[in-house]
Design a protein around this ligand. Structure first.
Ligand code: UDP
Length: 237
């Protein structure tokens, strides 16, 4: 397996082909964006942390029966992953009100839900990733009914597992975004990343935000928050 050409550059990652058509290499950058690309910046060392964190969490999820894209970590910033066709559906699971939920529904951040919520948005930057419901996703043929049921089942299971995992690290899992992809045989697997870029993580004791909200809202100590969350994760794996 050898690294080939760059095939895609996204906001936080680059993708490279490999000599194996079923595998690609993902390279995590330090670039950060927020508010649909309106705010741009750099979080030094973020690419390394997100690469390693995502890989550790995906391996943990594999162990409990969630199929993922992860194959092998190659170096600090690069990982070999299964090539998938990304399903144009972003899945957001929430345990606590924050971010756009608090804004849309006019509630305070920090309200703990009795049951987690799930919502979907259409992965389409030009349209600003609009929210959609299950029937909309079916109408747009983003997924079949069976695929959607499986994606929901996986997402809630992932929430249960990650919530418990982060709790042991004295971190509260507030919410997170998942993306799924399809292998050529139609199998649905977890794709993209699980990191402080895509999750809200609060210190369980102090409530301090240890995620990308520090960058979004200029809260300072951004690099320190990423490093702190990674330190706690590593201590627990
Ligand atoms: N999220 C993400 N990518 C997106 C939108 C949201 O990774 O394009 C993550 C975000 O980091 C948070 C969760 O999904 O952990 C819920 O985000 P929310 O809908 O509250 O949107 P935001 O406030 O980030 O605009």
């Amino acid at each position: 397996m050898e690294k080939g050409q760059e095939i895609y550059e996204g906001k936080a990652k680059k993708l490279y082909s490999t000599t194996n058509p079923e595998l690609i290499i993902v390279c995590y950058k330090d670039d950060a964006t927020a508010f649909n690309g309106l705010k741009k910046g750099t979080i030094l060392g973020k690419g390394i942390i997100n690469n390693k964190m995502s890989n550790l969490l995906m391996q943990h999820l594999e162990k409990i029966g969630i199929p993922t894209q992860f194959v092998r970590e190659l170096n600090d910033r690069e990982t070999l992953v299964k090539k998938v066709r990304i399903i144009a559906l972003e899945v957001i699971v929430r345990n606590i009100a924050a971010g756009s939920f608090a804004k849309h529904y006019g509630v305070e951040e920090g309200i703990v839900f009795e049951h987690p919520t799930i919502e979907f948005s259409y992965k389409n930057d030009a349209l600003g990733d609009p929210l959609l419901n299950e029937e909309h996703a079916l109408a747009l043929k983003l997924v079949s009914k069976e695929e959607l049921a499986l994606i929901k089942k996986y997402s809630f299971k992932i929430n249960d597992v990650l919530k418990a995992f982060w709790k042991e690290c004295a971190v509260t899992l507030v919410d997170f975004k998942l993306e799924f992809g399809k292998l050529t045989d139609g199998t649905i697997i977890l794709a993209d990343e699980i990191s402080p870029d895509t999750s809200r993580l609060w210190d369980s004791k102090t409530g301090e935000k240890l995620d990308k909200d520090r960058f979004r809202f200029d809260l300072g100590r951004v690099e320190e928050a990423y490093a702190e969350i990674f330190k706690r994760l590593e201590a627990h794996t």
